[in-house]
Design a protein around this ligand. Structure first.
Ligand code: 572
Ligand code: ZN
Length: 332
């Protein structure tokens, strides 16, 4: 086996380095993966640019990356369901304790969870990476490595829809932060029926009215992905009585929101923290062709060019930037 484990390591704010690290040994319940495709997330860029997200501060060098897929090259002694050669998608959040959250199935809420590329836990933007075998999911032959890596961001969407009780016939408003024309065009191409661009000076109640006029009725559900106070306000006003607002975007800790308006109209406001139990459904959605995430990948860089890839993401060029970690296979 090749012994070079080139890794993308963030040392401190602004100090991103490519360095060679030892190839790790899998523990009894782990697998060693040869990484294939790893997407760059906004949080990877945020840690690079700011050295922290909220209370999570980069205090020692940390490998970035949490949207990942790879091939099993070694299995731990106790691993039953995976074999050398299997192609897998990596779920980056692995609970460390069988606490009450683990036992009731909501392990994403466990305060001691391991999470790739959240300080102090290393991510998987490298050539070789060990991970809990139970959090590696075998990919069917008709699901590519890049689709496997995109299961992570897809999971955020699946979990948000579950939290919001989205079902057949639901009308859903999605509040997004991106005003880049390329991103809006992609949203339309991949399924958005209507789009409304916020104008400077639009108040939250005016915006809610514009949404209703556009849709012909108020949405049952709003998925708020900006974390911006004015957008959360608009989300509440826009949502139909008896409906649900889920908060996916994270902004500042405090926000002034029309809470009593929500209360008297029985609009439920629900939080979302990452995801849990989404990989099997995401794989089924991709394998069946019910969702198409392939057009989201607009840029690819070999792992050796990680700094250029991060710079491309920082500039907001394109949509999903993929790093290709296998020197002998740079295919999707
Ligand atoms: O794909 C998972 C993911 N989670 C993000 C951001 C990007 N990608 N989160 C935002 C930051 N929070 S946090 O609670 N934290 C740093 C642990 O502020 C987690 C979720
Ligand atoms: Zn992410």
């Amino acid at each position: 086996m090749e012994q070079d484990n080139l890794s993308v390591v963030l040392h401190s704010q602004g100090d991103l380095r490519l360095e060679k690290r030892p190839v790790p040994e899998p523990g009894p319940n782990e697998v060693l993966l040869q990484m294939h495709s790893v997407g760059i997330c906004g949080s990877d860029v945020h840690y690079w640019q700011h050295g922290r997200i909220g209370d999570f501060v980069v205090m020692k060098p940390m490998v970035l990356g949490h949207e990942a897929s790879g091939r099993v090259v070694k299995v731990g002694s106790a691993v039953k369901h995976l074999q050398v050669g299997d192609r897998v998608a990596v779920e980056p959040g692995v609970p460390r304790e069988m606490d009450e959250f683990f036992k009731n199935g909501r392990y994403n809420l466990s305060p001691t969870i391991f999470f790739c590329a959240t300080p102090p836990d290393d991510g998987n933007l490298c050539r070789y990476y060990t991970h809990s075998a139970n959090f590696c999911y075998k990919l069917p032959d008709n699901v590519t490595f890049e689709e496997g890596a995109l299961i992570e961001p897809l999971s955020v969407g699946i979990h948000a829809c579950r939290r919001a009780d989205v079902t057949l016939g639901s009308t859903v408003l999605i509040c997004g932060a991106d005003l880049f024309p390329e991103r809006l065009a992609m949203a339309k191409e991949l399924g958005a029926d209507f789009q409304l661009t916020v104008k400077r000076g639009d108040g939250p109640q005016q915006l809610a009215t514009r949404v209703e006029n556009m849709l012909g009725d108020q949405p049952h559900i709003t998925i708020e992905c900006t974390g911006v106070e004015s957008s959360i306000q608009a989300a509440i006003y826009a949502t139909r009585s008896g409906g649900v607002v889920v908060l996916v975007g994270l902004g500042s800790e405090m926000a002034t929101i029309p809470l009593i308006n929500a209360a008297v109209r029985e609009v439920d406001i629900r939080g979302v923290f990452r995801y849990c139990n989404t990989w099997p459904m995401a794989i089924a959605m991709l394998a069946s062709g019910k969702v198409n995430v392939k057009p989201l990948v607009t840029h690819r860089f070999p792992l050796e060019q990680a700094v250029q890839a991060f710079e491309t993401t920082r500039q907001g060029l394109g949509i999903k930037v993929m790093l290709k970690c296998d020197q002998n296979d740079q295919n999707p």
